[in-house]
Design a protein around this ligand. Structure first.
Ligand SMILES: [Zn+2]
Length: 135
């Protein structure tokens, strides 16, 4: 499934899915997109895989994939990776399968998290990107 085909996660007991939503003392720096576990997830952009990372240092079962293009870094969290660092990808490349968040967050709406950093390393709101791809 392409990220722009997924709907935004509404609020549940663990928070809301929109950019800027409260996360206790922090704010949510990406957008959460409803996605069932094991759904195949396509790259949101054409670019190069620059990192396969770990969202949580205390649980290495969760992963994220970072794709970079023209100074921007696009990260998709909670996917079991099916690409490797250095690999070129396009919007038709499957980057991984969505993971099940419920073992970590009981009752949460399963989702993937999508965030974008610009060339200055600042988070930008992915929502306009999502809307443009839906159009
Ligand atoms: Zn999120």
């Amino acid at each position: 499934m392409h990220l722009h085909e997924m709907s935004e996660r509404k609020c549940d007991g663990h928070g809301c899915g929109h950019y800027g939503a409260s996360r206790g003392t922090r704010t949510h720096k990406g957008v959460d997109l409803n996605c069932k576990p094991l759904t195949v997830v396509y790259s949101p952009v054409a670019g190069t895989v620059t990192k396969i990372g770990y969202p949580y240092s205390d649980d290495l079962s969760f992963r994220y994939v970072e794709i970079s293009d023209q100074g921007y870094a696009f990260r998709v969290f909670y996917v079991d990776p099916m690409v490797e660092k250095g690999q070129k990808v396009s919007k038709t490349t499957i980057i991984g399968e969505a993971q099940d968040l419920r073992p970590r967050y009981s009752g949460i709406t399963n989702h993937v998290h999508f965030e974008i950093k610009n060339a200055d390393g600042e988070y930008v709101d992915p929502t306009p990107v999502m809307l443009a791809q839906r159009a």
